[in-house]
Design a protein around this ligand. Structure first.
Ligand code: KG4
Ligand code: ZN
Length: 332
């Protein structure tokens, strides 16, 4: 079954063709980062307008690369929640029109479920049940994946998401948006023991809190500026990354041990972080757990992951009609 998938929840306009949920036939991602960078973050109005301008061309390109016509596709899947509402609406309406034009099913996909499904594309043997850590710009969740379409969140962030903390800490260090990747690069050159940063306590041991860590970095930079002292950015990046990865890894491994999981997966934009990949791999090995991580190309937002999850939603009978609406915030 060939699914044409569309993703437009934030600042990437993406379209892919995915076969049987596991194989990418084609995948196009048009990023708007260069434009949003000028404002230090995503400007929702601009994002919606760029999606509107680019979505038809991106879908044409995905079909061209797949060597298919639209009518060769068996269904259309689309991210309908959560995300920037104006951005989502562009993708949802475009997907509706395509499905209507070829008279094929329209499959609504939850963005976070899409991130989780990225690992099905990369690892053909992976099957539920397993425990997943999703760390992205908008979410930090520990999720029991009981089946392809059955999820249970056992931990989440109480304030900032991991990626948000990376981006805000990065900004105070002078890096452009999105700063996560710049922190990652600088951290490789720095000493992670140089700056002592706080590790927050949460009532539920699987919940996260990143705002204290983020604020500690911002305060450290401001205080140094006021005193006319120099900050070693590489050391600060390394110290921040080490602390953030330690928090994510220790809580996730704790959750896996407590709940008896031997199979664990990592997903979301922050899964691209080299420190997190390394720390988690070491901890998983130490505890005899099988860890699956997507390749970097499938960590950030893309439509292939939506096509993968769309396949399993289709098999579970989750089909939308032409009244499908976009939803800005929606639990799993
Ligand atoms: O999943 P994603 O592409 O979009 C959302 O659904 O939010 O995640 C984007 C987030 C941004 O905060 C970005 O800075 C972060 O992922 N990110 C990274 C790295 N690459 C992307 N954070 C840390 N290290 C990286 N290498
Ligand atoms: Zn995402």
């Amino acid at each position: 079954m060939k699914i044409l998938a569309i993703e437009s929840s934030c600042d990437e306009t993406a379209c892919a063709v995915v076969k049987d949920g596991r194989n990418i036939v084609s995948s196009i991602v048009a990023t708007q980062i260069d434009e949003h960078k000028l404002y230090g973050g995503v400007v929702p109005e601009i994002a919606s307008r760029r999606h509107c301008e680019n979505i038809a061309g991106v879908c044409d390109e995905a079909l061209l690369q797949a060597g298919l016509r639209l009518s060769d596709c068996d269904a259309v899947a689309v991210t309908y929640a959560p995300g920037l509402i104006g951005a989502l609406l562009v993708g949802v309406n475009f997907a509706k029109s395509l499905a209507l034009a070829i008279n094929k099913p329209l499959i609504p996909v939850h963005h976070i479920k899409g991130h989780i499904a990225a690992n099905y594309i990369a690892h053909s043997e992976l099957e539920p049940p397993y425990l997943c850590l999703v760390a992205s710009g908008g979410h930090s969740h520990i999720i029991k994946v009981n089946d392809y379409t059955k999820f249970e969140t056992i931990g989440k962030t109480l304030d900032d998401a991991a990626g948000e903390a990376f981006d805000k800490a990065a900004r105070s260090m002078g890096f452009p948006y999105p700063g996560g990747i710049h922190v990652d690069k600088a951290a490789k050159l720095g000493d992670s023991k140089r700056y002592k940063l706080p590790i927050p306590k949460t009532e539920n041991p699987y919940d996260f809190s990143f705002s204290g860590l983020k604020t500690a970095v911002i305060n450290l930079v401001h205080n140094a500026e006021q005193k006319g002292e120099d900050i070693n950015v590489n050391d600060l990046a390394a110290s921040f990354q080490h602390t953030a990865c330690d928090i994510l890894t220790s809580k996730f491994i704790r959750a896996a041990l407590d709940n008896g999981y031997k199979t664990i997966t990592l997903a979301g934009g922050v899964a691209a972080n080299s420190g997190l990949r390394e720390t988690l791999t070491k901890q998983a090995d130490l505890h005899g757990m099988k860890l699956y991580i997507p390749p970097i190309s499938l960590c950030g937002d893309n439509a292939a992951m939506i096509g993968s999850q769309g396949y399993y939603e289709y098999l579970a009978g989750n089909i939308a009609d032409s009244s499908l609406n976009a939803v800005a915030s929606l639990k799993l």
